[in-house]
Design a protein around this ligand. Structure first.
Ligand SMILES: Nc1nc2c(ncn2[C@@H]2O[C@H](COP(=O)(O)OP(=O)(O)OP(=O)(O)O)[C@@H](O)[C@H]2O)c(=O)[nH]1
Ligand SMILES: [Mg+2]
Length: 214
């Protein structure tokens, strides 16, 4: 991307995310999905990684998506429409890898997440969120492999960057880049974010708009 075009896109993304954004609906199973009418970008990641918080930070709203200290807060696919007219539909997903959750619940979420990520024609990109303190876990690798096989492009996004020292953050970022290079559908650009301080949020908005336009 040229620098001029990048700046224009950044400004457009900033305006878009500062404008009208509305919760559309929750889908507890695939039959409740909205019509596939707009480009979608989905937020995936382990329970408690900060998916809902990131969505709130990106949209500059405090409680658009529900967040909580208790893992398993988000139990359905939640759809949010960005722009008027709608330009992007953001999808907040239930977290995976949540040890204390009842087995049948985990199974139900896993099927929901897999089926949605594999079968959604309008899904332009997924964001796979990774906690800066923990790095990649095997459950993340499973989701990455699934996205590879479904040929859904994705970005790795480090969350809670405010919780670790810059040197540690740099090391984790390096490890993620090395792993991403082995996954065909992983985008080389990895984002480091904090929903708390707002760092990396503007860059991620631009990447989301770019994905939606692709
Ligand atoms: N310090 C800090 N805390 C964060 C950040 N992002 C999220 N948190 C906290 O982490 C906890 C989990 O955040 P959520 O956004 O609910 O996580 P989630 O991934 O949506 O969780 P599930 O819906 O259970 O899968 C909350 O207590 C948030 O306040 C961040 O950037 N910095
Ligand atoms: Mg959530």
């Amino acid at each position: 991307m040229s620098e001029v075009r990048g700046e224009e896109l950044g400004e457009r993304a900033r305006k878009l995310f500062a404008g009208p954004i509305a919760f559309l609906k929750s889908a507890p199973s695939l039959k409740f999905l909205p019509d596939a009418d707009y480009p979608e970008v989905a937020f995936a990641g382990r329970s408690n990684v900060g998916k809902s918080s990131l969505l709130n930070a990106l949209t500059n709203r405090k409680a658009l998506a529900r967040t909580s200290n208790t893992p398993g807060r988000t139990q359905e696919l939640n759809f949010f429409d960005v722009g008027e007219p709608i330009q992007i539909r953001l999808v907040d997903m239930p977290g995976y890898g949540f040890a204390e959750a009842p087995k049948d619940m985990v199974k139900r979420w896993r099927f929901l997440i897999n089926d949605y990520l594999r079968g959604r024609s309008v899904l332009k990109r997924a964001l796979v969120l990774v906690d800066s303190r923990h790095g990649l876990k095997d459950v993340d690798r499973d989701v990455m492999a699934m996205l590879d096989s479904a040929a859904v492009g994705y970005h790795l996004v480090l969350t809670k960057g405010d919780k670790v020292k810059p040197t540690e953050l740099a090391r984790t970022l390096e490890a993620l880049a090395a792993e991403a290079s082995k996954h065909p559908a992983a985008h080389p650009a990895i984002f480091t974010t904090s929903s708390e301080t707002g760092s990396g949020i503007a860059e991620l908005r631009t990447a989301i708009l770019e994905a939606a336009l692709s």
